[in-house]
Every structure is written in C-alpha cells, then in structure tokens.
Design a protein around this ligand. Structure first.
Ligand code: GAP
Length: 457
C-alpha cells in the first residue's frame, strides 16, 4: 500500500473521512467527515480564527451567504472567465482537462522523445467505443466551472443563481457595510471560512480536488499604493504569516515550496500570485495561495452595482478604492497535508503525530482491567473530571497495549491508566503518544499537566 492508500484506509476505518453517499455506490469525489474528521477540521479552523481574527486588531470576521446575486459573478469576472480547458472525445464524449491529466495517470505514461507526458497520455488513452481503441479528441474548449442552480419554482434564465466558487467575493460585497459598522483605518482585513463549489472537470486524489470544498480566506485592504514597495511590504508580511501557519498546524515545511505564478497563468484579477505547493505522494501541487488582487474587485463591483465603494481617509482627506492582498487556505487540502505530515509507522505501531491542540481526542482514559468494579468506578470518576475541559474518550476493552495502539493511530496525545496504585494514592499513569514514556501524575494535577502541554501554541 502506498502512503495515500494507507491514509485513505485509516481515515475510513477510524472515522475521519468516509466516501460520500456510499450506500448508493458513492458520488464521484464527495467525502463525508466522520466524528474524528470533523473534530480535527474544527480544531484547525478554530486555530486559524484564533490566530488571524481574535489574535489581531486589524481583522474582522464574516459569514456571507453562499448564494449571492448573480451580478456578483458578472462583476467578479467568474461568469466570463472562471473556466478550465476541456477536451472532449468525438466518439465517446469522454471529457478531460488537459492540464491536469498528469495528476492521476502520469505514473503510467512516459513521454517519448520530445513528446510531453500529458499529450502522450491523451493519445494513449484507449476508447471502448472506437474500433482501434483510440479517442478522437476535439478542439480544446473553455468550460465554466460555476455550479448553477435556479431559485424559485420557475427554471428560466431569470431564476439562474450560482453557488459561490470562492468565499472572497462576500468580503468585497460587505466591505462598505463592515466599514460603516466598524470604522477602521487601512490596512484592515476581513476573514471568512466557508464552503465554495466548483464544477471541476477532473476530480481526484482524495481530498485534493473536490467539487464541494471549503476555504479560509482573508481580503486584506491596503491604501492605494503609489509605489510597488507599498503593496509588496504587505505581500511579504502575509508570506511570513503563511509560513508561520505551516508550523502551527504541523505541516512539514520541508515539503512546502513557493511557486511564483507567471503572468500568463495568473487569475484574471491578480498582479502577483505565489502558490504554496506541497509534496503530496501524487506530486508537488498547490496547497495555498497568496495573491495581490489590486483594486480589481472593488472597482468592478462599484461599476456593476453603481454604489460608491471607495474608502475615505480621514487623515489625508483622500478617497480611493483600496487595494487587496489575499492569502487563501483550502480547508480540505490542509486536512490532507496535516494527515500526510503527521503519519508515522514502525514495526509496532501507526501513529498520527498531530499537534496536541489539533488532536480529535486530547486524552483517553483506561481502567487497567475492566472486571474490577473499584477500578472501573475510579476510572469513570477521572473521566468525568477530565471531560468538561479536554475532549476525552473512555476505553475499557481488550488489552492495554492494543488500546494504546488504537489511540496512537488516531493521534490522541495522552492515555491515562487507572490501576491498583490509583486506589491507594490517587495517582495515574500518563503515557505520551510520541515517546511512549509513562509518568505518574496525581489526579488533581492532571488539569494543570494537560493545560501546560496544550498551551505551547
Ligand atoms: N479566492 C482565491 C481563490 O479561490 P484558488 O487558488 O482558486 O483561489 C484557493 O483557491 C484555495 O482553495 C487553493 O489554494 C486550495 O487550497 C483550495 N482549492 C481550490 N480548488 C479546490 C478544489 N477543487 N478542491 C479542494 N480545494 C481547492
């Protein structure tokens, strides 16, 4: 089994991530986050909020609607330009995105001589419908990735609406509202965590490329720069913050690389973009992005809405459209990168070496033996004492070694065992997940012990 297969299997077996709609044969690239997956995801989303919203004075939070007025997407350029190249076989209508074909088949197909592996792959695909087994590819077309729906009972062009393809636009649309409720000086930012939807042509690689995804985004508004250095300064600050985030969540920094996106490949709104790429087992690919969106979005929304979206600077008396630096983090890719970075195995055990504050359970409580009533009662009382403060699980089944290994596999940092000595002196054994070292701690000192370890953020 390769690492991806091991992660996918662990995720399903231990309740992190299940295939979506599984009893109906599944749905291509839809995944459900199980009891442990949602805990892990909530923990890093809260950490993100704590770091960038609560931890700073210059960023405010927002939770905007997923379905917005369709004019938003005209103004943002998504209806005209949010598309991917697509090639369709004239015989069987197989549709493929030429630029990402390597993501799932590169290993099987080698380019020969000057032939690029992607083109080689397209040519070598066998078609079940054609006589010679070959596809007959049409021209490359542009395919819009917005997910469309209709609002209300009548399905006509007037009722068309879209599920947002990025959370970012909510921050531009509410920019003026937020400024009037919370007068702010520039620079200041608006942050949002939420779902976005993209009708990706080709999905795959577990949580990597989804149609229903989640983002954590910040639009950081700065004054209109007179020189490049003015926006570059903030761009550099956010670049450092993104590196700090990798450390905070335990994403292996050695596997992260910055990729400067050349002009012709940048999104229509961007004057500069850096992708933070991660070495996934299936290749080095985008994890996060950092873009200088200029004043593109607010200028465009001002034009389409007819509303004044300028910022009035009280100190200089000037009014202008602010510019924007946008750091963006994909939630699902974060989860995947955390799992890949924390997976460890040796001959004896599999361990998810998650940062303790991200672990779904912080503590597991074990009675040494399940058939001794006084030990069970004591273990239950420790469990009740710990549970209000730390996410906690009680396990009295099977032998203690197996119970340790089961907790290692889901990343529980500490296992507490209640044994015969506990009945005499009110101490318990605390075993550390990573070192397997055991310490004897008094029950009334456990709160302090865990709090101290958890506060090293
Ligand atoms: N607001 C800017 C924006 O949406 P993006 O690079 O298209 O930029 C931002 O997306 C992040 O969202 C990516 O860096 C990635 O982490 C995540 N993302 C994008 N498309 C995705 C998909 N199909 N599945 C999972 N995550 C995706």
């Amino acid at each position: 089994m390769d690492l991806m297969e091991k992660i996918v299997s662990l995720c399903k077996r231990r309740g992190f991530v299940y295939p979506g709609s599984e009893i109906y044969g599944g749905l291509s690239n839809s995944w459900d986050f199980g009891p442990l997956g949602i805990e892990l995801k909530n923990n890093f989303k809260q950490l993100w909020w704590k770091t960038f919203v609560h931890g700073r004075d210059d960023i405010l939070g927002l939770d905007a609607a997923i379905i917005m007025n369709p004019k938003v997407w005209e103004a943002s350029g998504h209806i005209a330009g949010f598309s991917d190249p697509l090639r369709e076989c004239k015989l069987c209508n197989t549709r493929l995105r030429p630029d990402i074909i390597d993501e799932f088949h590169n290993s099987k197909v080698q380019g020969v001589g000057n032939v690029n592996p992607k083109s080689a792959f397209i040519e070598q695909l066998t078609c079940p419908k054609a006589k010679d087994g070959k596809h007959v590819w049409g021209e490359v077309k542009q395919f819009n990735m917005m997910l469309k729906t209709h609002l209300g009972p009548v399905e006509d062009s007037a009722s068309v609406a879209y599920l947002r393809p990025e959370t970012a636009q909510g921050m531009f649309i509410d920019f003026k509202n937020i400024l009037s409720s919370f007068p702010k000086k520039l620079p200041f930012g608006i942050a949002q965590i939420g779902k976005a939807f993209r009708n990706e042509i080709t999905t795959g690689n577990f949580l990597f490329r989804l149609r229903e995804l989640e983002q954590m985004e910040i639009e950081y508004f700065i004054s209109s720069p007179k020189k490049d250095e003015e926006w570059q300064k903030y761009f550099e600050e956010w670049r450092k913050e993104m590196w700090r985030w990798f450390d905070l969540v335990g994403i292996d920094g050695k596997k992260v690389h910055e990729h400067e996106i050349p002009g012709r490949e940048r999104a229509h709104y961007s004057k500069r973009t850096i992708d933070f790429e991660f070495d996934y087992p299936f290749g080095t690919k985008e994890l996060y992005g950092l873009a200088y969106r200029t004043d593109y979005d607010l200028t465009s929304h001002q034009k389409y809405s007819g509303q004044d979206l300028s910022f009035h600077d009280q100190e200089t008396g000037e009014s202008y459209i602010p510019h924007v630096i946008e750091p963006t983090w994909g939630v699902d890719r974060t989860l995947l990168a955390i799992l890949l970075s924390s997976y460890y195995e040796d001959e004896k055990r599999v361990v998810l070496k998650l940062k303790p504050y991200l672990a779904p359970y912080k503590v597991a409580i074990f009675p040494l033996v399940a058939n001794k009533e006084d030990i069970m009662i004591k273990a239950q009382s420790v469990y009740k004492k710990i549970k209000p403060q730390f996410t906690c699980i009680f396990d009295g089944r099977g032998n203690i070694g197996k119970r340790y290994y089961a907790q290692d596999e889901i990343g529980t940092p500490w296992c507490v065992t209640i044994d015969y000595d506990t009945l005499k002196d009110d101490t318990v054994t605390v075993r550390d997940r990573d070192t397997a070292i055991q310490e004897r701690i008094a029950i009334d000192k456990l709160d302090n012990y865990f709090n101290q370890k958890l506060n090293i953020i």
